[in-house]
Design a protein around this ligand. Structure first.
Ligand SMILES: Cc1ncc(COP(=O)(O)O)c(C=O)c1O
Ligand SMILES: [Zn+2]
Length: 420
């Protein structure tokens, strides 16, 4: 349809403070559009802004969701009036018992299991949907390692859009069912995530009306992760933490958390104090940790083999930018075994009453390793991003935990089982 194409190449969209798309490699700028690669050098595009004055009071008076930061995101000024899933403003938990177990002084857990479909992906999808609507798309689509599938299918259902979701057929049953229930088009592909991603890029070129949130509208989608940084800073009383540990799959989230912290400093919303960003991977899919430890800028793709399937991206699009970010801020990228991932899940549950999925286990276990190896400062204010819910990855723990005993229905049997 000509009108759609015209609308997509126009600079007249209302995408709030967003002004252009800018190449992360060469800086070439183009008007806002549904583009994701630079026409000059094929580098990835990201959103460039012209922020007006932004005041803490206005944010604090805003909605109790990511839309309180709408003046810092590529979304229409009236975004709240659209039917979105309104994720965000999840709790920041002061994790004193986990801190004691890990041997650090002050620790917070950003608990993003509290989003509508129980992961941080609701943030990026809400921003992608708001932008996609402006850009003239009609269908919401994605390749996914699981959580994005949930978020896209649910957000599309709520907005009355069709969805097309592609997943590796080997995904956890819970993640398949919690996508299928929204009744969009869910396609399980016999291949790994990197195969699914390639397929999505092909399909995005063939179907002009499909907004693949993390492919052809990726520059807008990725900005949604900045809200994690904004919330952490606001919830700490408008200041930046000293250190933050972020799980890495494609690496997008980590780079945007850094971008969010930098913007807050530049806008004078916080003091621009130094902070260190750390990346967390599972050893069975740790291309970025390997490159970090090898002192190279080149991220060599791997074939994933880990229980942390939500992080199983063997060829991470933002890998090199993760390396830039951690090196610039004085952080690191570390990886942990599947055994340690399960221990991480159990440690967080036991100490803080928070049940995280495998990605959360990766974050907790990596934080433990970074502390033990002296890479994280035990005396500095530290935040761990817990990005997804354990109910979606029960398989990871099902053979390790269960009732202490199975007893007949009488009190004596219970006291005996308790060893009293
Ligand atoms: C729960 C969870 N945490 C973290 C990530 C990593 O996100 P990114 O691809 O932005 O690195 C994912 C990606 O799917 C995820 O599902
Ligand atoms: Zn370029």
């Amino acid at each position: 349809m000509t009108t759609t194409v015209d609308a997509r190449t126009s600079a007249a969209f209302d995408l709030g403070p967003a002004r252009a798309l800018s190449c992360r490699e060469c800086g070439h700028q183009i008007p806002l559009a549904a583009e994701f690669a630079c026409s000059e050098c094929f580098g990835p595009l990201e959103v460039a802004y012209d922020f007006g004055p932004v005041r803490r009071e206005d944010i604090e008076a805003g909605p109790k969701s990511i839309w309180r930061y709408r003046n810092l995101l590529p979304v229409p000024t009236d975004v709240q009036s659209h039917p979105n899933t309104e994720p965000g403003l999840t709790r920041l938990v002061k994790a004193d018992r986990l801190a004691a177990a890990l041997g650090v002084r002050s620790l917070w857990v950003k608990d993003d299991t509290g989003n509508p479909t129980h992961s941080f992906k609701d943030r990026v999808v809400a921003v992608a949907l708001a932008a996609a609507r402006q850009l003239g798309f009609k269908v919401l689509a994605c390749p996914s390692t699981g959580n994005l599938a949930n978020a896209v299918a649910a957000a599309a259902a709520r907005a009355g859009w069709e969805s097309v979701v592609l997943i590796p057929s080997s995904l956890e049953q819970a993640k398949i069912l919690t996508t299928a229930v929204y009744d969009g088009a869910l396609i399980a592909v016999e291949g790994n995530y990197d195969d699914v991603n390639r397929l999505a890029t092909q399909l995005a070129a063939e179907h002009e009306d499909w907004a693949f949130v993390n492919v052809n509208v990726r520059p807008y989608y990725a900005e949604g992760s900045k809200t994690l940084a904004y919330e952490v800073a606001e919830q700490l009383g408008w200041r930046l933490p000293d250190q933050i540990v972020v799980p890495v799959a494609s690496g997008s989230q980590l780079t945007k958390v850094d971008k969010g912290f930098r913007e807050l400093g530049e806008l004078g919303l916080v003091d621009a104090t130094p902070y260190r960003v750390f990346g967390a991977q599972a050893t069975g899919c740790s291309p970025v940790a390997t490159a970090y430890k090898g002192g190279t800028d080149v991220v060599t793709p791997v074939r994933p083999d880990t229980i942390a399937r939500s992080l199983a991206i063997g060829a991470p699009a933002d890998g090199p930018y993760v390396l830039d970010t951690v090196r610039r801020t004085g952080g690191a990228v570390e990886d942990v075994t599947d055994e340690e991932v399960v221990e991480g899940i159990r440690l967080l549950a036991r100490t803080e009453g928070i049940f995280a999925e495998t990605a959360g286990g990766v974050t907790v276990a990596t934080a433990k390793k970074l502390i033990e190896t002296g890479q994280l400062d035990p005396d500095a204010d530290t935040v761990l991003l817990i990005t997804g819910d354990g109910l979606k990855t029960l398989d990871a723990v099902s053979d390790r935990i269960g009732p202490k005993a199975v007893v007949p229905p009488n009190a004596a049997a219970v006291t005996e089982a308790l060893g009293l």
